[in-house]
Design a binder for this molecule. Sequence first.
Ligand code: LLP
Length: 382
Amino acid sequence: MITPQHIEQYKKLKTPFYHYNLDVLEQTLDLLTAESNRYGYHIHYALKANVNDAVLTAIKNRQIGADCVSGNEVNKALETGFAANNIVFAGVGKTDDEINFALDKDIFCFNCESLPEMEVINELAEKKNKVAHIALRINPNINAKTHHYITTGLEENKFGINMWEMADVIHAIKSLSHIKLVGLHFHIGSQITDLEIFRSLCLRINEIQEWFYQHHIIVEHINVGGGLGVDYENPDSNLIPDFKGYFEQFHQFLALRPQQHLHFELGRSIVAQCGNLITKVLYVKKGVNTNFAIVDAGMTDLLRPALYQATHKIENLTTKSTELERYDVVGPICESSDCFAKSLLFPVTQRGDIIAIRTAGAYGEVMASNYNLRTTIASYVF
Ligand code: LLP
């Protein structure tokens, strides 16, 4: 939601920059907490999506936990004030230093992705005379039907442990006295907009839980990861994701055992719509079939279109023209993939126009780079 007051502010600031709208974030958090509290579900915010201080603080203030994928993220979560006993630490390649740090801080749980990793956690915990709580990340072999770079739940992906190796894993961890199995963890991919896919995940988890039951194992925690998608095409008409429908799927289709807690690791659905990348048109260049609107933001500031062919809604906030023309909206980086939109039907645009690239709050600023020796851009919260 970009208001005329926001646009007045944008005119005063040096572009490009990220703008985070805390009202949108708070509205999102209102619905998220109302809908998850309905069922007593536990939410861990996936820090990888956005680590802006004001954004993190607003999330932390809702008593939400943190999902971290590096020692630095664990540290950031703690510095922000997330409770250590509400932090999960995931990732296929945790280093010894990162594991030691998380052990020292007594985090809630390590999401483990392989037996060798569990052996290392066991060894490091033993040296500290501690018992680390772990959840097994299981590969449910479900197709999230999203972009292949952000699908994670298939056997061919590097993530998780496959069910066909589970008997050996279970057998092996019985001898590891400094880890305690407390949970099962799943994550099938990101930007999933078809809620039926979560239903399939639930049904698969039910089968997997049955397998564990047969092996006399009932864990206290089930963690179904994140993945709920957002509307990149119509941000204003779907500003808040369908948390109600999402949680309903789990309530209806996931067979939790008595006393079992259900956890989620949501990133994008919490922060995507509160952030916009604001940029300015440097030049308009006439092409053969299209015009090029060359803006001062590039793939170094928002990588998603170049990396995943992702579409973000683009708006010209200052043009007075109602006439439409075709534009490729491109950045200044020396790469052809530095393109935010191809052949976009767009109001006639001129040098100096202010452009918003919408729904950029998740996996935007955090994925920025300094390629071409570009300066890291500012971010503002208002
Ligand atoms: N849990 C695990 C284990 C994950 O790998 C992820 C995201 C999440 C939770 C949070 O998922 P979310 O709710 O945000 O979908 N950079 C890509 C997305 C990468 C997602 C990586 N994992 C993008 O810009 O689309």
